[in-house]
Design a protein around this ligand. Structure first.
Ligand SMILES: [Zn+2]
Length: 408
């Protein structure tokens, strides 16, 4: 494969430095140089467009791409569930996201199908099923459906929302099973959540000793544990046990943020899903009562973001979109830009998320040696961060040096 020179674009490289007008050369799927184009190779004219690294969403649920309650009531066929997952994977690329971290719901077959190029989609890192305690967050069965039947909702190779553990030994078995099915990290629910009937946001779930079992198993595989956590006691339990990352962090206080910073535990706030559940609960295939649980979350999470940043916590970015409407995941950047600056939102979605995913220098940055993942935007997203919300503004998307979307 010869070299390609992208010329004429304003380049925002993901590191936080000011935009500059510079050419970018790609060879064999990687960026080889920033500067004037060489004499040989093909030129891609990007005059008037803005280039960013391919975006990274650190919290997605590709496996929850069908209407949620019908999906878990056996009203949607495996064929439709697969079609919905693959449609979301393609729409994710079209929105400018070239790497995602799936925090629960797909089985390893989906990762393989995308990696082999059989289905359009971003690079996917997955935890497979979420690890939950019996009666905890992550159980979407009918009210009186026995817990033992929950695993019947798994479709091997395609989707597996969560696994239930009654004690530390069962958790150890379940995480080993998740790794067997292709997980590259683990996610545990250590507090209650918004979606689901049997738990409250203030509940803690799993003990420190139980969480430590998952941390031990993750360390044995040279990987890490992230946790779903809304309240401070749950976060502290997880940090104490050795978790590396916290999802949501809704009511994070100063003391807990200081602990996270000291232990170098990252935070991934999730604003887009909150907007989604406030404005289109039915669209996600969920009961209207879900909205009541999410009402106070928006303001709390905005405060938690400020607390985390003030304490020096590494703060990434995740949309957490669920259900069929997952085509506008760039909304997460627009929402964050309103709470911080557009540049801070972009850095969270690129360099910082790459650090959290363990892909620092590989993705999330436009610099020599990195994979050639990039987006050409129709306009300047630093001036108008709403551009991120509409996939139509991602004029060209390249993943690993291959153009995967081109509206020119
Ligand atoms: Zn989630």
């Amino acid at each position: 494969m010869g070299s390609v020179h992208v010329v004429g674009a304003t380049v925002i490289d993901g590191s936080g430095r000011d935009p500059r007008n510079v050419g970018l050369t790609i060879e064999n799927g990687r960026i080889t140089r920033l500067g004037a184009p060489g004499a040989h190779g093909e030129c891609l004219d990007a005059e008037g467009l803005t280039m960013t690294p391919g975006l990274i969403d650190a919290h997605v649920h590709l496996g929850l791409s069908s209407a949620i309650q019908p999906h878990f009531s056996f009203e949607v066929s495996a064929a439709e569930i697969a079609a919905d997952i693959f449609a979301t994977a393609g729409a994710t690329l079209d929105a400018g996201f070239t790497t995602v971290r799936d925090t629960g719901g797909i089985d390893g077959g989906v990762v393989t199908a995308i990696a082999k190029g059989k289905v359009r989609g971003p690079r996917v890192l997955s935890c497979g099923p979420v690890q939950c305690q019996v009666g905890g967050h992550g159980y979407y069965g009918a009210a009186w459906e026995p817990t033992e039947l929950w695993s019947r909702h798994h479709i091997p190779g395609l989707c597996a929302l969560s696994m239930m553990a009654g004690n530390a030994d069962e958790l150890r078995r379940n995480v080993r099973e998740a790794f067997r099915r292709g997980a590259s990290f683990l996610k545990l629910c250590v507090t209650g959540g918004v979606v689901g009937g049997h738990d409250r946001l203030a509940d803690t779930q799993f003990t420190v000793e139980e969480i430590a079992v998952a941390v031990q198993e993750a360390a044995a595989r040279n990987t890490y544990v992230t946790v779903h956590a809304h309240n401070n006691q749950g976060i502290r339990n997880a940090v104490e046990a050795g978790a590396r990352c916290v999802e949501h962090g809704t009511s994070l206080d100063e003391a807990t943020a200081a602990l996270m910073a000291a232990r170098e535990v990252a935070l991934v706030p999730t604003f887009a899903v909150v907007e989604q559940l406030l404005h289109d609960t039915a669209g996600a295939g969920l009961a209207e009562s879900t909205r009541d649980k999410v009402k106070d979350v928006r303001e709390q999470m905005a405060r938690a973001l400020a607390v985390a940043k003030h304490a020096g916590v590494r703060t990434g970015l995740g949309s957490d979109l669920i259900g069929p409407a997952q085509d506008r995941r760039g909304k997460e950047l627009s929402l964050r830009a309103a709470l911080e600056t557009p540049m801070e939102a972009l850095v969270a979605a690129t360099r910082t998320n790459a650090e959290i995913l363990g892909l620092s220098g590989e993705v999330g940055v436009l610099s020599p040696g990195a994979r050639a993942d990039l987006v050409l935007w129709n306009g300047d997203p630093l001036d108008d961060p709403e551009l991120f919300s509409d996939p139509a503004n991602a004029v060209l998307v390249m993943r690993g040096g291959t153009i995967v979307k081109d509206l020119r």
